[in-house]
Design a binder for this molecule. Structure first.
Ligand code: IPM
Ligand code: MG
Length: 352
């Protein structure tokens, strides 16, 4: 029986309770399909700061490096958010993890569910056919460029730096996945202003020659923000840099009606990381109110990445069936409202 070792970093706030539902569903998949998943827990984020003083302890990083995949809950705590002088922040743990593990490609799929179009902030007709994959570069750009203060602290700067190598590898992910989807790639940038964007465009044009079946478009990020609201169905794969991707993926994530539905994967090197898009929602922690679906669908992306595609499909089907039956957590205003734990049970019960 194949064994998979999963580094489980459940993190802060609602992280642990949504991860528990993911584990429940994965164990059920294991039973049905004959796999054994081993979950090794390690602290990250505010929880790790409380326990060890740092947001990503070395032991956590080492565990991640020797595992087959990383299953990640959420990080963040308000006591750090409003303190600009805080030297140690939970988010640093996530950024270091991405960098150290070479997780340069962040995939965030956004698709509407027919049963839930009434939850979307957009009119139902605008949500028809929406199926977007945001491919965000995750280990470069403004997040990791030279930053600091000068002039005695009164001037601050963050630099957006990209090398050809970094751009090529993320575009390869984008072109490859576009070829397997509807064959449309939109590069989102700010090439009318930024030199780094002009390099992205140059390289994208060069690479497009190798992908004759992919239709390529360029769009400035300000226009893209608007188009995502006006006509989201026009997009298939969006490829963009780290900062633009952060912003646009949050914007697109609400189209589906609830942040609680959207999974993500971060890949690049051998070990991938799989996590819900939503944050740690500290106010909801421990109350059995959080929607576990984003985490459960992240587990499905994890299985795909491990080559277990029919197992991943089994999870997606179980989620679809459960939503279609009218059950859900409070964020979905369902006809039958249940808690986090029960929703996890119901989804696990439909695996097979
Ligand atoms: C995300 C988050 C992170 C980011 C934060 C928590 C550092 O917003 O994964 O999108 O900005 O990348
Ligand atoms: Mg973000």
């Amino acid at each position: 029986m194949p064994n998979y070792n999963i580094a489980t970093l459940d993190g802060d706030g609602i992280g642990p309770e949504v991860i528990n539902q993911g584990i429940k569903v994965l164990n059920q998949v294991g039973l049905k399909f004959g796999h054994k998943f081993r979950f090794d827990f390690a602290p990250v984020g505010a929880t790790a700061i409380d326990q060890t003083g740092v947001p990503l302890p070395d032991e956590t990083l080492e565990l991640c490096k020797r595992s087959d995949a990383i299953f990640f809950g959420a990080i963040g705590h308000p006591r750090f958010d409003n303190d600009p002088t805080a030297k140690v922040r939970p988010e640093q743990g996530l950024l270091r993890l991405r960098k150290e593990l070479g997780l340069y490609a962040n995939l965030r799929p956004v698709a509407g569910y027919d049963e839930l179009t009434h939850l979307s902030p957009l009119r139902p007709e605008r949500m028809k056919g929406v199926d977007i994959l945001v491919v965000r570069e995750l280990t470069g750009g403004t997040y990791f460029g030279d930053k600091g203060r000068r002039d005695g602290g009164d001037t601050a700067y963050d630099t957006c730096v990209y090398s050809r190598h970094e751009i090529e590898r993320i575009l390869k992910v984008g072109f490859d996945v576009a070829g397997k989807r509807r064959g449309k790639l939109t590069l989102v940038d700010k090439a009318n202003v930024m030199e780094s964007s002009r390099l992205w465009r140059e390289i994208t044009r060069e690479m497009a020659a190798n992908y004759p079946d992919v239709e390529l478009n360029f769009m400035f990020v300000d226009n893209a923000a608007m188009q995502l609201i006006l006509n989201p169905a026009q997009f298939d794969v969006i490829v963009t840099d780290n900062l633009f991707g952060d912003i646009l993926s949050d914007a697109s994530s609400v189209l589906a009606g609830s942040l609680g539905l959207l999974p993500s994967s971060s890949v690049g090197s051998k070990v991938g990381m799989f996590e819900p898009i939503h944050g740690s929602w500290p106010e909801g922690a421990g109350q059995d109110r959080a929607n576990p679906i984003a985490t459960i669908l992240s587990a499905a992306m994890m299985l795909d990445h491990l080559g277990l595609v029919k197992e991943g499909d089994a999870i997606r089907n179980a989620v679809n069936e459960t939503l279609a039956s009218g059950v859900g957590t409070e964020d979905l205003s369902p006809s039958q409202q249940v808690g986090t734990n029960e929703l996890g049970d119901l989804i696990a019960g439909r695996i097979g």
